[in-house]
Design a protein around this ligand. Structure first.
Ligand code: HEC
Length: 252
């Protein structure tokens, strides 16, 4: 019986490990620090410059970013507001971050609709997003000229190629039982971009950090609130204990 229980518990603990392992490709660890407002501000700028033209983030409002990341509203306007709102008039600071591109247009251009990125970091995980943006490689057979290691046959063009440069896949023959196949072992740089490798990773770190913030904006506040609550409980425990001693001193 005891062994059965242990086996059952081991199986239950394995489930999350298997779920994360099932993605296959190796994921790089994203340097996330939700309290680093400088990084989040750089990430917001990058999102506005390179992503927001195609992707909406329609659960987010411009002025929420201004407030949470402490960016003056005029700067948020310059960084992000180059779109129109639902009424077709230029977007205002209190509007949701929608885009003008329709699904029909996107299907024509990319073969698929462009997903909303509000919750992408929660759906895919920060490490996946970070790895995805590092892992575009040249593939002449694809309509965009690019493919991706963690998202095979992706419809998105490599919009950051001028920053990262171009990469080519390196394959190695592997034999697995009877089957022999080519396995992608690394991506080799074939043309440098405007940023060095380290600079590009930092750029992606900021962008991923911003997407993690966007997927749950309240977490910045929630964490600092958590510490305050813990501190309160510790102090309160001191008072409660002193009071208990006072009440019981005649009984003991
Ligand atoms: C030219 C338009 C375009 C731009 C600009 C663009 N994307 Fe995309 N992106 C797409 C399309 C189209 C897809 C859907 C790909 C598919 O399903 O094959 C996509 C998919 C994605 C996905 C996968 C979402 C999912 O969970 O399936 C992520 C993450 C993403 N993009 C992030 C970004 C980021 C970050 C930027 C800015 C650096 C960006 N994209 C810029 C068109 C674009």
């Amino acid at each position: 019986m005891k062994t059965l229980v242990i086996l059952f518990m081991a199986a239950v603990m394995l489930v999350p490990a298997l779920a994360t392992a099932s993605g296959g490709a190796h994921l790089y660890k994203a340097p996330i620090d939700i309290n680093d407002k400088e990084s989040l501000r750089r990430g917001a700028q990058a999102f506005g410059d390179y992503c927001y033209s195609c992707h909406a983030a329609s659960f987010m409002r411009f002025n929420r970013i201004a407030k949470d990341l402490e960016i003056p509203e005029e700067d948020v306007r310059a960084m992000l507001i180059h779109t129109r709102n639902k009424k077709g008039t230029p977007a205002k600071i209190g509007d949701l971050m929608i885009v003008s591109m329709t699904d029909d247009y996107a299907e024509n251009a990319f073969g698929t609709a462009v997903p909303d990125l509000s919750l992408a970091a929660r759906a895919r995980g920060a490490d996946w997003i970070y790895t995805y943006l590092r892992s575009f490689y040249v593939d002449e057979d694809r309509p965009t000229g690019f493919n991706n290691v963690v998202f095979p046959d992706v419809g998105m063009p490599h919009v950051l190629w001028s920053l990262q440069g171009l990469q080519e896949p390196v394959y190695e023959a592997v034999v697995h039982g009877e089957v022999e196949y080519d396995e992608l072992v690394e991506l080799k740089s074939i043309q440098a971009g405007k940023l060095s490798r380290v600079e590009y990773d930092m750029f992606l770190g900021d962008l991923t950090n911003f997407m993690v913030y966007m997927a749950e904006p309240v977490q910045v506040e929630r964490r600092s609130m958590g510490w305050k609550v813990l501190l309160f409980l510790i102090v309160f425990f001191g008072f409660a204990y002193a009071l208990k001693k006072e009440y019981w001193k005649d009984v003991h």
